[in-house]
Design a protein around this ligand. Structure first.
Ligand SMILES: Nc1ncnc2c1ncn2[C@@H]1O[C@H](COP(=O)(O)OP(=O)(O)OP(=O)(O)O)[C@@H](O)[C@H]1O
Length: 590
C-alpha cells in the first residue's frame, strides 16, 4: 500500500486514492450523471423539435407524435439515470468515508505516545471527523453540483452551434473568461478559508478539552473562565467564517452580473437572426432555453465550486495535521525480540526530549535477569523518562538500550512491548466492562484466567460488590473506581500479561495502609521470577528490593543494595532520613 503521509499536502491525490478503490461504482455514477445531463439538454432540443413540427400545422401528421415520443423518452431517461446514480452513490460514498476513517485511525494510533503529549486528542479526533465529512461533501458536490452544470454547459454550447457557430463560439469564449476569473478570485480567497478551517478545529478542541476535564473545572470554580475562553474561540471562528463567506459572496455577485449580460446578449443576437430569416422559431426557442440553462448552470457551478473550495481547504488543513509521518517506525530489518530472562542494559545512553531538554548524559545501567531494582531520585531526575526509553517511546541520541542483548531500536515495537508489563502511575481504563479492561493485557485469555488474575491482584473483593461483577461497565476513564481499585486492575493486567520484565511506576501510590499491605503481597507474587524495575517515591515500599539506583543530573549517582546505600552518606541515606522524619510526627500523633 502507498504511504498515506505522502498525501499530507495533496488533498486531490488523497481523494483520488479513495475513488480508485471503488472504480466501477464511481465510473457507473459518472456515466449516469453525464447521461442524465445529456438527456436533460437533449430535452430542450426535443422541445425545439416539437415547436418546429407544430409550426408546420396540419401537415405535420404523425411527425408530431414522433416528436412527442422523443421528448417523453428523453425526460424519462433523464429521471431514471439520476435515480440510478443516486442509488449507487449512497452506498459508494458512505463506503469511502468508512475506509478513510479506518485508515486515519490506524495511522494516528501508530504514533508513539510522545506524539500525543504535544497535541490535544480532541483536535486530532475532530480532524478525522472533519476529513471524512469534507470528503463526503466534496464527492457529493462534485457529482450533483459541479459535473452536471459543466456537462450541461458543454452540451448547450454544442446545441447552440447547430443554430449558429458564431454564437456558440462567443458563448464558449465568454464561459472560459468567466471560469478563469473565478478561479483566480477563488485562489486569492484560499487563506481565508484555511483560517476558518483552523479556527473551527480549535473550537472543537477547546470544547472537548473542557468537557473531558469537567471535574477539574468545577473543583477550581473555573466555569466562568472556561465560558469566557470558549466565547473568545467562537468569536475568532465566527470572524474567520464571516470573512470567508463575504469573499464567496463577492464572487457570486460578479458571476451573476456576467452571466446575466452574456445570456441577454446572446438572446438578442438570436432574435436578430430570426428577423433576418437565418433562424426558425424553434431555434430561437432553443437558444432562449439554452441561454437560461447556461445562466443557471454556471450560477450553480459557481456556488458549488466555492463550497467545494471551502471543503477542500478544510480537508487539506486536516490532512496536513493528521498525516504526520510516524517517528518511531520499526527498523527495516527488525525482528521479534526473543526474551531470555529479561536482562536490561542502558549502554552510554544520551537523551534529550524533542524540545531540547537534556535528561541523560552517558547513562550506564545493567539490570541482570530476575533482579528487582528500585529507581529513586528527586523529581525530574529522569525516572519516568528511563521507563519511557526502555519501551522505546522516544529514540535515544547516542548509545543503546538492550533487553537480552537485543537492541530495542532493532526489534519490532510489538514484540518489545510484549515482553514488558507496566503498572503505571496514571492508570487508563476504557469505558468498557471490568472483564474487558483486565483482558486487555491478553486478548486470548479465558474467563477463568481473567478471574484468576483479578484474584491474584486482590480485585475480587470489590468486583463482587459491583452491580454486574466483572461485566460492570466502567465510567469514562474509570471514574466509577477508586484510585486504589484502578491500581489493582492494572496489577491484574500485569498478572495476566505474564511478561518477563515488570515495570512498576509508583504502583502503590494510591493505596491506604491496609490496601497497601494487601497489594504488597500481590506485588510480591507478581514480581516472583521476573526482572523488576520500580519507580518509587516512598522508600518504605522498596526496602526489600535487591538494588536501589539513584538517578540525578543526567545519570546514576548511587547504585547498590539498600543496606549498603544506607550506610553511605549519600542521596539515598538522606532521603531515608527525610522520610523517617516526615513519618515520625504522624506516628506519634496516632
Ligand atoms: N514530554 C516531555 N517533553 C519535554 N520534557 C520532558 C517531558 N517529560 C519530562 N520532561 C522533562 O524531563 C525531565 C525528567 O522528567 P521525568 O518525568 O523523567 O522525571 P521523574 O524523575 O520521573 O520525575 P517525577 O519523580 O516527578 O515523576 C524533567 O526535567 C521533565 O521536565
Amino acid at each position: 500500500m502507498d504511504d498515506i503521509c505522502s498525501y499530507a499536502n495533496r488533498p486531490f491525490g488523497f481523494m483520488v486514492r479513495y475513488v480508485r478503490r471503488n472504480p466501477l461504482a464511481h465510473g457507473f455514477i459518472l456515466a449516469c450523471v453525464i447521461g442524465a445531463v445529456a438527456c436533460s439538454v437533449g430535452t430542450q432540443y426535443g422541445v425545439k423539435n416539437l415547436v418546429d413540427t407544430l409550426s408546420q400545422g396540419a401537415n405535420a401528421g404523425t411527425a408530431v407524435w414522433i416528436a412527442f415520443a422523443v421528448l417523453f423518452l428523453l425526460i424519462a431517461a433523464d429521471n431514471l439515470l439520476w435515480r440510478a446514480a443516486s442509488y449507487v452513490a449512497s452506498g459508494t460514498f458512505v463506503r469511502v468515508t468508512g475506509a478513510l476513517r479506518k485508515d486515519l485511525f490506524r495511522h494516528l494510533t501508530g504514533h508513539s505516545p510522545g506524539f500525543f503529549i504535544d497535541r490535544a486528542p480532541a483536535s486530532l479526533t475532530s480532524r478525522v471527523t472533519a476529513t471524512s465529512n469534507a470528503l463526503f461533501t466534496i464527492e457529493n458536490m462534485l457529482v450533483w453540483n459541479v459535473i452536471p452544470p459543466c456537462a450541461a454547459t458543454i452540451g448547450a454550447v454544442v446545441l447552440v452551434a447547430t443554430v449558429s457557430w458564431q454564437i456558440a463560439l462567443v458563448l464558449l469564449g465568454a464561459g472560459a473568461v468567466v471560469m478563469i476569473a473565478m478561479y483566480r478570485i477563488m485562489k486569492a480567497g484560499q487563506p481565508l478559508h484555511h483560517e476558518f478551517a483552523d479556527k473551527a478545529a480549535r473550537v472543537d478542541g477547546e470544547m472537548v478539552d473542557v468537557i473531558s476535564n469537567m471535574s477539574l473545572v468545577n473543583s477550581f470554580g473555573g466555569l466562568r473562565r472556561e465560558h469566557r475562553r470558549f466565547d473568545v474561540a467562537v468569536a475568532r471562528e465566527m470572524t474567520a467564517r464571516k470573512r470567508s463567506l463575504m469573499h464567496l459572496e463577492r464572487l457570486r455577485l460578479l458571476h451573476a452580473l456576467t452571466t446575466l449580460l452574456l445570456t441577454f446578449g446572446i438572446l438578442g443576437w438570436a432574435l436578430k437572426l430570426w428577423q433576418s430569416g437565418a433562424a426558425t422559431t424553434g431555434e430561437v426557442v432553443l437558444v432562449c432555453t439554452l441561454g437560461i440553462s447556461v445562466l443557471s448552470a454556471t450560477r450553480d457551478l459557481a456556488i458549488a465550486l466555492v463550497d467545494v473550495t471551502q471543503h477542500i481547504a478544510r480537508l487539506s488543513e486536516a490532512l496536513t495535521n493528521l498525516l504526520v509521518p510516524h517517528q518511531m517506525r520499526d527498523h527495516p530489518q527488525a525482528e521479534s525480540l526473543r526474551p531470555a530472562g529479561a536482562t536490561v542494559e542502558f549502554d552510554s545512553v544520551d537523551f534529550s526530549y524533542p524540545d531540547g531538554r537534556k535528561v541523560f548524559d552517558d547513562l550506564n545501567l545493567r539490570i541482570p535477569s530476575g533482579q528487582r531494582v528500585a529507581l529513586i531520585g528527586r523529581s525530574g531526575g529522569g525516572k519516568s523518562t528511563l521507563i519511557a526509553l526502555l519501551q522505546r517511546f522516544y529514540e535515544v541520541e547516542n548509545g543503546r538500550i538492550t533487553i537480552d542483548d537485543q537492541d530495542v531500536s532493532r526489534v519490532t515495537q510489538h514484540s518489545l512491548r510484549n515482553v514488558i508489563a507496566v503498572v503505571p502511575q496514571d492508570i487508563s481504563l476504557f469505558h468498557r466492562t471490568v472483564r474487558e479492561n483486565i483482558r486487555y493485557a491478553a486478548p486470548q485469555a479465558t474467563d477463568r484466567d481473567v478471574w484468576d488474575a483479578a484474584v491474584a491482584a486482590r480485585c475480587d473483593g470489590f468486583i463482587r460488590e459491583l452491580p454486574q461483577g466483572l461485566d460492570t461497565v466502567l465510567g469514562t476513564r474509570g471514574v466509577k473506581l477508586s484510585g486504589g481499585q484502578r491500581q489493582r486492575i492494572a496489577i491484574a493486567r500485569a498478572f495476566l500479561k505474564d511478561a518477563p520484565l515488570l515495570v512498576l511506576d509508583e504502583a502503590t501510590s494510591a493505596l491506604d495502609v491496609q490496601s497497601e499491605e494487601e497489594i504488597r503481597r500481590a506485588l510480591r507474587e507478581l514480581m516472583d521470577g521476573r526482572t523488576v524495575i520500580s519507580v518509587a517515591h516512598r522508600l518504605s515500599t522498596v526496602r526489600n528490593f535487591d538494588r536501589i539506583v539513584v538517578l540525578q543530573s543526567g545519570g546514576v549517582v548511587e547504585d547498590g543494595a539498600p543496606e549498603d546505600l544506607l550506610r553511605r552518606r549519600g542521596v539515598y541515606q538522606g532521603m531515608v532520613h527525610g522520610e523517617i522524619a516526615r513519618l515520625m510526627p504522624a506516628a506519634q500523633a496516632a
